[in-house]
Design a protein around this ligand. Sequence first.
Ligand SMILES: [Zn+2]
Length: 248
Amino acid sequence: MDETLRRIPWLRIIAGAAAILVLAAGGLIAIWQTSRSRDFQLFGELVNRVTTEEKVVALTFDDGPTPRYTPGILAMLAEQDVKATFFLIGNEIVANPVEAQAIVAAGHEVGNHTFTHDDMTWATPWSAAEQVEKTDAAIRAAGYSGEILFRPPYGKKFWGLPLYLAGHDRTTITWDVEPESDDDVAADPYRIAAHVTDKTKPGSIIIMHLMYPARDTSRKALPLVIAGLRDRGFRFVTVSQLLALRKR
Ligand SMILES: [Zn+2]
């Protein structure tokens, strides 16, 4: 102990309090970094991209389904002959069963994106169970029979959610290509397409949001994204197909 600190008690108190604050801040930063990481979680399997030599890529669409945009998105994908993966929100499936059934009937993969789209950073294993299982039930009710992958809202998780998922042998899927995260890119369909074509590697997982009114540029970008990746020799697969490739 430094002599000055020993002689002046209030200095010791301040030094102690400062040390606790620094530790607490460090802890909070660590939690924040862990919660938002795209390629790490504390428990269970998380996949943000698959390592493969094959030029395959998975298009994933989060949120919804919404009545306003689902038919147009499905028509576009059918026209382009692309199968995608939709991470749907449980309460929106319940509210819009016809659209959920249409996604399933068109042969796309459906994943679980929680029931209420809450930030799951502070979820307990029990609240996570409710979010995941209610959504699974809604997905099954829409006629989906494949394995149900999981994606946390905003990609956020800390301990309770991963602990629950690991205990139930569920894989968490994030992404490695996110054109909408840069406002300049997201504002222009051609910039979105250029960003995706530039950043996509074999085995990449692309995230886009198409289900709400604010995402007009993303919807306009989708055919450009598909054309740009095809020009580079990429083939589109679902996330499950991507995972199967890795296991070979
Ligand atoms: Zn979402």
